[in-house]
Ligand binder design. Structure first.
Ligand code: FAD
Length: 379
């Protein structure tokens, strides 16, 4: 890349991963020409679309699955960044408790140094029938406020947005002027399953049905496995091990109206976007048994929702890949002008499942590191 030509970057996807990547990239390299291309953008219409995951998340940090070094680093970075954002009001703190039916060495839990104020619960603090427990302070954010904040901030600093659906990853090359050199970040989540050239069959949805409610005076993050009593989350729920079934959780958000996201389901491989009436009733019933505030007469249900968590067998894919253009499979797409043979560098960033928000800032740093190392290998 000659010194005087700014690098052109096309970020495909405007979910929390694409937007966070655009934020880190434009902060570190203000001269880069960044275009975000996405079928769904975080504007008024986009925030109501079920075609992408980000508007439908909790979204908080909670421990999912067993220790994984890469994920730990990603989530630690993200947690600390979100913690630093507390003064903005975009993020809030939540008391959180996790209890265990069987004895565990809670002091050795992999996440004990990740959130704040981690402590082991005293025996008298444990709900009846449970063997051990911990409490800590976590963070949550409101996707309906957070995504537009990222979007408008990026536009203000010159990042260009285009609403468009790609059939093929090769279409990104249309956005590179001059000699056609540039880099693509593929943050298409579930879209990576069908995007020509990528077609990753390890990508699958985990359906989440939830209820958004306005609940007065609720400040705790609560999570329970079905039928296991209060203050418990099953450690076997892990995006990396593919969670199944139902879990009852309530995530209060930063919102003046006391919004709480109440869940929910973890239905692996289920693409159904319609709200199931019986599932909704079950979610509300289980949550009301646990949280008395839901029975307060001021409590209001705002909406029943379904979102698809964009998961991937083996965890997220964050790596560079070179494509030779034109792709063999481009015959399947409409020809868009003449194509001259060239290489296309793509940094993939998809497959974050149930943890896209809680890994977002760390993932974005990793994507930008890989991107930079790929364009300037000797720097
Ligand atoms: P998405 O938000 O799906 O964005 C994908 C983007 O790619 C969109 O802009 C889309 O339009 C675009 N795209 C796809 N294909 C194409 C194409 N062919 N052409 C053009 N554009 C394309 N995470 C947490 O960390 N904490 C939580 O508490 C939490 N709770 C959740 C609760 C529920 C009910 C659900 C559903 C999810 C939850 N998540 C949570 C998960 C989180 O929402 C996701 O991990 C995250 O939103 C994934 O972001 P993403 O940017 O990878 O994908």
């Amino acid at each position: 890349q000659p010194q005087d030509t700014p690098l052109q970057v096309v970020i495909l996807g405007a979910g929390v991963i694409g937007l966070s990547t655009a934020h880190v990239l434009s902060t570190r390299y203000p001269s880069y020409k960044i275009t975000v291309v996405a079928r769904d953008l975080p504007d008024e219409a986009g925030l109501l679309s079920q075609a992408w995951a980000s508007p439908w998340a909790g979204a908080d940090w909670s421990p999912i699955g067993d220790y994984d070094e890469r994920r730990y680093k990603m989530e630690l970075k993200t947690f600390n960044t979100l913690w630093d954002m507390l003064p903005t009001g975009l993020v809030r703190t939540l008391d959180s408790r996790i209890c265990f039916a069987e004895p565990v060495d809670v002091g050795k839990l992999w996440y004990k140094d990740l959130p704040r104020d981690f402590r082991v619960l005293k025996t008298e603090e444990l709900p009846a029938g449970l063997a051990a427990g911990v409490s800590f302070t976590t963070v949550s954010l409101n996707p309906q406020i957070y995504l537009p904040w990222l979007y408008h901030g990026l536009r203000a600093r010159g990042v260009h947005f285009v609403r468009r659906k790609f059939e093929s990853i090769a279409e990104a090359a249309e956005y590179f002027n001059g000699n056609g050199k540039g880099v693509v970040v593929n943050a298409t989540a579930l879209g990576a399953r069908t995007l020509i050239g990528v077609e990753d069959q390890d990508v699958f949805p985990i359906r989440g049905q939830t209820i958004l409610a306005s609940v007065p005076n609720m400040h705790q993050f609560l999570s329970y496995p079905l039928g296991a009593g209060p203050c418990a989350i099953t450690l076997s729920i892990g995006i990396w091990e593919i969670p199944t079934g139902h879990a009852t959780y309530m995530i209060p958000r930063p919102s003046p109206e006391g919004h709480v996201l109440i869940g929910g389901t973890f239905q692996v491989g289920n693409w159904d976007l319609s709200v199931n009436h019986d599932t909704g009733k079950g979610i509300w019933q289980r949550a009301s048994e646990i949280e008395p505030a839901l029975k307060d007469e001021r409590t209001r249900i705002i909406s029943h929702n379904v979102g698809l968590r964009p998961a991937r067998k083996g965890g997220p894919r964050i790596e560079a890949e070179w494509f030779k253009l034109p792709l063999q499979t481009d015959l399947l797409t409409k020809p868009r002008g003449s194509q001259t043979p060239q290489d296309l560098l793509v940094v993939h960033a998809y497959g974050f499942g149930a943890a896209g928000y809680q890994g977002s800032w760390g993932a974005a740093e990793e994507v930008v590191d890989i991107l930079q190392a790929s364009v300037q290998p000797n720097a």
